[in-house]
Design a protein around this ligand. Structure first.
Ligand SMILES: *Cc1c(COP(=O)(O)O)cnc(C)c1O
Length: 397
């Protein structure tokens, strides 16, 4: 049976989709268009470039063919009409939020979202634009409903969150938001568009830090916004072009290469993470494992409804005093100690350290985190080696 290209599955899309216009001379890999501008062949085509900046490349701060290939693939995979790559996940988050808010509006956001997104909503837009944000726990739909005001224009989600891995009931929140004419944005970095499809559930914009699994090799910082053409094109012409957080062609090309193995990498991250999580779940020095892929996880059923797979980032609460945590970190041989996640390498981190350094003590306490909440990014190494490393380090506390 001959399939139309529209029917292709994700692995095939990643291998081929949107690359044909770039295969001049049979080149099997699209070239890196490392140039700032695109010359018009005559006056009429110059006029056309200005009339339709969405479909023409005029200047690389706006559009570039190498960047476009990646954007088209992402839009296709996420089920959106359009995607825009930006220079970082934070560039994507701030551009998407600004698209939906004006001076004096009100936002509802999940409390444990990415730290810089929290600062942007909780402080920056308040001070600059008099936009109030109500932070909610995220697990109770009633709390979202109670927070709605006449001037609420946006609900901002991150599911799962990436410090304590709590999920939000996306379809229920979308239904509530639509009933009140409120827009929704979700940070979908953890699950990626391969394992969770928020746009299909009615979320207006999906954002990603491509720095994590999408690129996956810990060598590029990038972000993406995906959604309807109407929204993403407006962000392109305003927040993207005006603030100038453009994607470098060579970095887009590296993401293109990284993405080709995304399904394979995620399968391995998932398999490794599940093994390590199960090991930790029965270890006497571990009080709790927060991994949505574990059947014992309190929101396991909700996770199964929302996602088709789980990735490799989770946290554990170790049974030790805050002062002992350094002994665990210092004993690790294979796990690197560091922020970020989603690369080939296994990482260990204590999210509380950044909140502890950045936040007022009161808000730190609200998070319910301690320094013994250790976050593990499970990489592509052999799972037995990873387990042995953790086991010997647990022996030191
Ligand atoms: C890393 C991260 C971001 C920010 O992305 P950058 O590419 O570092 O700007 C946003 N959200 C989540 C969940 C992240 O982990």
């Amino acid at each position: 049976m001959k399939k139309e290209s529209l029917d292709y599955e994700m692995e095939t899309i990643l291998a081929h989709f949107a690359e044909e216009p770039m295969t001049q001379g049979g080149a099997i890999v699209p070239p890196i268009y490392q140039n700032t501008l695109f010359a018009a062949k005559d006056w009429e085509s110059l006029c056309n470039m200005f009339d339709d900046q969405i479909n023409n490349c005029l200047y690389t701060r706006g559009g570039n063919p190498t960047v476009r290939v990646v954007e088209e693939k992402m839009a296709k995979l996420a089920g959106g009409e359009r995607a825009k790559l930006l220079s970082s996940g934070m560039a994507a988050i701030t551009a998407a939020i600004l698209h939906y808010i004006n001076h004096g509006d009100h936002v509802i956001a999940v409390r444990n979202i990415y730290g810089s997104a929290h600062s942007f909503l909780g402080k920056y837009v308040k001070e600059k634009m008099n936009v109030d944000t109500t932070f909610v726990d995220g697990k109770d739909i009633g709390e979202f409903e109670a927070a709605i005001r006449p001037n609420t224009t946006l609900i901002y989600l991150e599911s799962p969150t990436t410090a304590i891995f709590e999920l939000q009931d996306i379809p229920a929140i979308v239904e509530l938001a639509k009933r009140h004419g409120i827009k929704t944005i979700i940070d979908n970095t953890w699950a990626t568009f391969l394992y969770q499809k928020p746009l299909e559930l009615g979320v207006d914009l999906e954002i990603h830090s491509c720095t994590k699994y999408i690129n996956g090799h810990s060598d590029v910082i990038a972000g993406a916004i995906i959604g309807r053409a109407e929204d993403v094109d407006s962000i392109f012409m305003r927040e993207h072009i005006l603030f100038g957080a453009k994607m470098a062609p060579i970095e887009a090309w590296m993401i293109l290469r990284g993405m080709r193995t995304l399904p394979l990498r995620l399968q391995r991250h998932q398999k490794n993470a599940l093994r390590v999580a199960k090991f930790l779940d029965q270890h006497p020095k571990v009080l709790a494992v927060r991994y949505p892929g574990l059947e014992s996880y309190p929101q396991y059923e909700l996770g199964k409804k929302l996602m088709t797979g789980y990735t490799g980032l989770f946290s554990v609460r170790l049974d030790c005093a805050d002062e002992q945590i350094g002994q665990f970190f210092n004993a690790l041989r294979l796990f690197k100690i560091g922020v970020s996640w989603g690369g080939h390498e296994s990482l260990c981190y204590s999210p509380a350290i950044s909140y502890f350094k950045k936040l007022p003590y009161e808000r730190f306490m609200e998070l319910g985190l301690s320094l013994c909440d250790v976050r593990l990014s499970i990489g592509l190494e052999n799972a037995d080696d990873l387990i042995l490393d953790i086991e010997q380090a647990l022996g030191k506390i």
